[in-house]
Design a protein around this ligand. Sequence first.
Ligand SMILES: Cc1ncc(COP(=O)(O)O)c(C=O)c1O
Length: 414
Amino acid sequence: LFAAIAGIGDYSSGVYLQSVTTLCLSSRAAYANPSPTLAMTAKANALKASGADVISFAAGEPDFATPEPICQAAHRAIDEGFTKYCPTAGIKELREAIAQKLHDQNGIPCSPDQVVVSCGAKHSLYNSAQMLISPGDEVLLIAPYWMTYYDQIQLAGGVPVVARAEAADHFIPNIDALKEKISPRTRAIFLNTPCNPTGAVYGRKTLEEIASLALRHDLWIVCDEIYEKLVYGQTHISIASLGPEVAERTVTVGGCSKSFAMTGWRIGYAAAPQPVAKAMSSFQDSVTSNPTSFAQKGALEAFKMPLDTVEKMRQEFETRRDLMRAEFLKVEGLDVPSPGGAFYFLVCVQPYLNDKVSSDHALAEVLLDEAGVATVPGTVFDAPGYLRVSYTASRDNIKRGVARIADVLAKQII
Ligand SMILES: Cc1ncc(COP(=O)(O)O)c(C=O)c1O
């Protein structure tokens, strides 16, 4: 039946029917989970399309248009016929621009042959997991975390081992909590700063402590810095900038989606020690070949553009963050700390859960159905009792959306 649905084989023939009972999915398929964030966004969009007045705080993408010069560069590339296969790891100019940016803006010494451009940071992370993790390897993750890491570690045969960062510490990991989770089988640690979903931005001391832990226990570090340009009153620090011995064991992942409002273009990158970059490029050869040629020309423009376009978007996000926090603070019983980066609040809704609406999942459903506001349940990020709320909506929608949430919560409180 599965094969028939999937359209495999000639299912009108008897031969097909004899073999169908032996077909089953691979063991990896169990780890291929649909993204709950995308599912919630899709549900909100479907409701909107049916005419409902829905405000989405679920999206993980900027609501701004991709800046015009980036679009023009891609148009030009198409007009000039730049529409064929190109080098798997990305076009030379783009790898050079990324290496230069990592050097100038992040303090990471990097040559173009250490850069692999992929179809989004998610793809770069997948390549990293596949090339660094062997079956049975343990990989440290800091909760709350973006669930993709968990899935990708499992898809590589690894075992995610979770250390918890506490709300009381503003979701900055405690180094002793990390140490406790290290075993002789620990192979890598995945970091995300600024963090989705908490907005936490790791400071120098935390990064130094993690780096020395990695050096002591001979761990790979995979650091996802996709939100690096979206920091508020804080400085983003790349762990690979802490010294050559740290850079030698670090894969820095970044991309265009969040900083340049280019989510649909699917351009991300990994910067890694040369043997790792070489392995990732060869792996990509077998899986996707190059990321879209003309999208890379757009990305090249993005990395070369003056930073003021990104700065304008950052400033608007900061204003929205402050506005949303001010609106949330009007709601009785909500404790909403001010996150230092990305574009999310992780809001504790535990006081509002009761026998009828007993989980963050149930509450997110209630908010969508009764308030017309889409959020993402914290359980998705290993943060039960929380909701992730993004401020990628307009200021007006932020005010209206939080007011609607407040109304529903007022009815909900025990
Ligand atoms: C922490 C984090 N890393 C990576 C990504 C994916 O980025 P890209 O669109 O470049 O694949 C996301 C998207 O939500 C994210 O939140």
